[in-house]
Write a protein that binds this ligand. Structure first.
Ligand SMILES: [Zn+2]
Length: 302
């Protein structure tokens, strides 16, 4: 038994060495997982199409992205200097999350070794997020009728503000965000359920809170699919998080989410989300734990 995972070499592009975003993490993670002895079946996505992207983004914004017409302020807000490779990268990543969701619907569980660009809005980029892969995937699956109802569990340490706004008028997509309140963005959106946390929570406090809400969240929503944003910026060594999880705590978080969803027979599509440690090997070991937790859960249920 193996798990389905999604990666594309185009997930990593060249950036100036001084750039704060750890762009090489997608390549390093893929390499780390390639050495893992657990059985992972890799799939390569194609780029999200204009039709898919237009389900959540405005045509004017998409034209500016693809045509390279973003002004300097918009580029600064995105966090990246514009390049054609960057646009290809984010379209691949969005296509990757959609493919991951479809693999999950088919096989029960699948993971994108990227994704979780939850700060992207309808007509502007923000916080390293240009296209909202979660909202594009949700809208696409609902419009095609592949799912009737879905739940997004966003445990990245930052609020999924873009996702919340893009899906605010979509009753068939339920958005849940558990994040540290003092973090970016300063102005929060309204998810269907927000669970803002105090700064500095340790493993026990964090996991206690999560475990207290997971059953009700999943049972009340009763979705056909869960999309799980497993951002690792809740780790104590992360630069941006104000949260104090250990590696073991992170693993336990992922395991509990996967177990809670899969034990109810609901398909789960996971994305890796944020993580900003400059130590790429350590960072990718944290992201890799999502895959290890998935493999472990699947072995146990086999
Ligand atoms: Zn984050």
């Amino acid at each position: 038994m193996s798990i389905a995972a999604v990666h594309h070499p185009g997930y990593t592009i060249d950036l100036p060495a001084s750039h704060p975003f750890p762009m090489a993490k997608f390549r390093v993670l893929r390499n780390q997982l390639g050495q893992h002895k657990g059985p992972i079946t890799w799939h390569q996505p194609s780029m999200a199409t204009s039709e898919q992207l237009q389900r959540v983004h405005t045509r004017a914004y998409l034209d500016a992205l693809t045509g390279g017409h973003l002004d300097r302020a918009a580029q600064r807000r995105s966090g990246f200097p514009w390049s054609a490779a960057l646009i290809e990268r984010v379209r691949l990543e969005t296509g990757g999350t959609l493919l991951t969701a479809r693999l999950a619907l088919d096989q029960g569980l699948a993971l994108n070794a990227a994704g979780g660009t939850h700060h992207a809005h309808a007509d502007f980029a923000s916080g390293y997020c240009l296209l909202n892969d979660l909202a594009v995937t949700a809208k696409t699956l609902l419009e095609t009728g592949e799912v009737g109802r879905l739940l997004i569990i966003d445990l990245d340490v930052h609020q999924g503000d873009g996702t919340a706004r893009l899906l605010a008028d979509e009753p068939a997509a339920f958005t849940f965000s558990m994040h540290v309140a003092r973090n970016f963005p300063a102005r929060k959106a309204d998810s269907d359920w927000d669970l803002p946390l105090a700064s500095g929570l340790d493993d026990a406090a964090y996991l206690g809170t999560l475990t207290g809400v997971l059953p009700r969240l999943i049972d009340d929503c009763d979705p056909d699919l869960v999309i799980y944003d497993a951002g690792v910026d809740v780790h104590h060594a992360d630069r941006l998080g104000h949260c104090e999880l250990s590696n073991a705590g992170l693993y336990e978080r992922d395991r509990r989410v996967i177990e809670a969803v899969r034990s109810r027979g609901i398909p789960l599509a996971g994305v890796i989300g944020g993580g900003y440690d400059r130590d790429l090997e350590a960072l990718c070991q944290r992201h890799a734990q999502l895959f290890h937790a998935a493999l472990h859960t699947q072995e146990e249920s086999a």
